[in-house]
Design a protein around this ligand. Structure first.
Ligand code: NAD
Length: 578
């Protein structure tokens, strides 16, 4: 009898401290971040090597994982390891300032770029789904997305609820979610950040989740306050909290469709409405509502095609219900899981219509609605982790950031709340959105902390692929671009090439993250501050260029704010040419 391979907590424990297991700190950082991605405190399903986001994996299988670890340990400081969809395929001679690891995940030739073809290849062991930071080894648990979700809800509050609410926060804007009911679904790796992001903005969160262990995991990590198994009791409690102006989060064990149906039946209209189930992946990410969880699990194994049909019908119904609630006054937006496209695909295939006059894209995506102005300033999810494993090292970096940007009120508030409310998962880490100029400044300051021994080991710096210049995703990051360039994927390719040329520590190019096969191309970048002068030179190049191409991309599309940022930071080509 063969037993299924399983995650071995001893064998795959993340090394910490200041001793090297590899031939340099860059390789060591890659090793620690790969293993950190799979740490059970960080990853959603380590036994399947799944980190987050449906089936987003860090390595193709356990054999590939063992080989990657072995390869990183022998990798010289003038060589680069190649990873092809989660499997190491070669070590080649490059040079000291080149990336130590080059990664390509889930890339398919456009005409074959769909889940059906990908599923066949995955079954044959030829590919894996890298999501965004899973396959590029820079996932840091739910904190990574808390900041982005916090920023989004803060922007929602500023746009829709400023003035009316009695905020105790001193935000740049005046908005607060106090006294509002915020409904969503999905408490997975990233969706799990929603309850905390909403309560940090002083609102009430009511969140549907089908899997009980997910709710329990969010309770344990203090991202969620309360669990209910009865829909009506959960709604009653949420309505009470809203009336009292208390900020609390409630997870309710049910399908999102059932929660929304009940809200409509009871005529309880959420103030805001969105969704973070893994609708990007109809087979592995979304639970259909017409059967129990147990039945769904069996059907998924036994008849995947039928499962997918059920999932599509549910997603169509889900979007229909969201539109009905939008018509009744809920501020409704898509949170980057491609559920609108799923509804559209279903409608086209089955010739179905919504109960309303709407079409699926009648509610906006969160990027054009709330995030794009930040992208125009080169702002995006800058993050870092302490390779020592010591939380004091992150405290030292927090202090540097707080002192460096005293005028940035929302950043100061975030750092304070993050310290109070965020439990570290795996290696201690921090995230904050920094813009053009700021990232470079922060990276160099971290390098100084390492150089002067104020932290015990190097600091690894990275970002999400959801960023200003690193992604083409027409239903999400590049939805509704001013010049119609939503589907132009030259930008993420240039981003990966640029970061390779600039000397990032590892660079990755992925397909399908966030929104699924055929819908996105995106690039990742990680860079290590090891305290050396060579690292300082690399940090300065990469942390200027990486957001820089985002500013250039948005300026090229016609955004005034991006043109101004480009001028201010000497990124404007015409200025060079004149
Ligand atoms: P995940 O797979 O870890 O979690 C998804 C969760 O949804 C699971 O817990 C699952 O049980 C639950 N779920 C599925 N169908 C459901 C249903 N019908 N009703 C209630 N619960 C259901 O994924 P994740 O990492 O949390 O990401 C979720 C989705 O959101 C993905 O599609 C991801 O790409 C997207 N996302 C986008 C952003 C962004 O910044 N734009 C951020 C986070 C996540």
């Amino acid at each position: 009898t063969t037993t299924k391979p399983a995650y071995d907590a001893i064998k795959y424990k993340t090394p910490t401290g200041s001793q090297l297991n590899c031939k340099g700190w860059v390789q060591e950082a890659a090793l620690r971040m790969l293993l950190n991605n799979l740490n059970p405190d960080v990853a959603e399903k380590p036994d399947e090597l799944i980190v987050y986001g449906g089936r987003g994996k860090a390595a193709r299988n356990f054999e590939a994982l063992d080989k990657i670890i072995a390869a990183l340990k022998i990798l010289e400081n003038d060589e680069s390891l190649l990873i092809q969809s989660g499997k190491p395929v070669g070590i080649l001679k490059t040079h000291e300032n080149a990336p130590r690891v080059l990664i390509s995940n889930s890339q398919l030739v456009p005409n074959w770029a769909n889940w059906k073809h990908f599923d066949e290849l995955e079954k044959k062991g030829l590919m894996m789904f890298g999501q965004m930071t899973a396959g590029s080894w820079i996932y840091i648990g739910s904190q990574g997305i808390v900041q982005g979700t916090y920023e989004t809800y803060a922007a929602v509050a500023d746009k829709h609820f400023s003035g009316s609410a009695q905020s105790s926060l001193r935000r740049g804007g005046q908005g607060s979610l106090r006294g509002t009911l915020n409904v969503t679904a999905g408490l997975g790796g990233m969706g799990g950040a929603q309850p905390l992001a909403i309560t940090m903005n002083e609102g009430v969160a009511l969140i549907a989740e089908v899997e009980e262990w997910r709710i329990d995991k969010r309770l344990q990590t203090k991202y969620l306050d309360e669990k209910y198994t009865d829909i009506d009791e959960a709604i009653d409690q949420a309505v009470r909290y809203k009336a009292e102006g208390v900020s609390k989060s409630i997870g309710v064990l049910c399908n999102a469709v059932h929660l929304l149906e009940r809200l409509i039946e009871r005529n309880i209209i959420p103030d805001t409405l969105t969704d973070q189930t893994s609708a990007h992946d109809p087979l592995i990410g979304y639970w259909p509502h017409e059967m129990s969880y147990e039945q769904a699990k069996i059907l998924r194994e036994e008849n995947p095609e039928q499962y997918i049909e059920y999932a599509y019908r549910s997603m169509f119904r889900h979007v229909d219900l969201m539109l009905q609630l939008m018509d009744k006054g809920a501020i409704t937006f898509d949170y980057g899981n491609n559920i609108r496209a799923r509804a559209r695909e279903y409608m086209e295939k089955t010739n179905s219509q919504f109960t309303t006059q709407h079409s699926p894209f009648d509610f906006p995506g969160f990027v054009p609605a709330y995030i794009r102005p930040l992208f125009c300033e080169g702002k995006g999810p800058f993050r870092w982790a302490a390779l020592s494993g010591d939380p004091n090292d992150i405290a030292a970096t927090d202090e540097v950031i707080a002192n460096m940007f005293p005028e940035n009120k929302s950043l100061q508030r975030w750092l304070k709340l993050a310290k109070e409310k965020i439990a570290f998962q795996g290696l201690p880490a921090r995230i904050c959105w920094l813009g053009q100029g700021e990232r470079e400044k922060a990276g160099l300051a971290f390098n100084d902390l390492v150089k002067t021994g104020r932290v015990k080991a190097p600091i690894v710096i990275g970002r999400d692929h959801l960023d200003t210049g690193s992604v083409a995703s027409p239903n999400r990051e590049t939805e509704a671009m001013m010049d119609g360039s939503d589907a132009v994927a030259d930008w993420p390719l240039l981003n990966a090439l640029l970061n390779t040329a600039g000397g990032a520590s590892w660079v990755s190019l992925h397909h399908g993250g966030g929104v699924g096969m055929g819908y996105s191309i995106h690039a990742g970048m990680v860079i290590v501050a090891d305290g050396t002068d060579a690292a300082a030179a690399r940090l300065s190049r990469v942390l200027r260029n990486d957001p820089g191409i985002g500013v250039i991309r948005h300026a090229d599309a016609g955004y005034e704010a991006a043109k101004e940022t480009a001028k201010a930071h000497h990124l404007d080509l015409d200025e060079r040419l004149n």
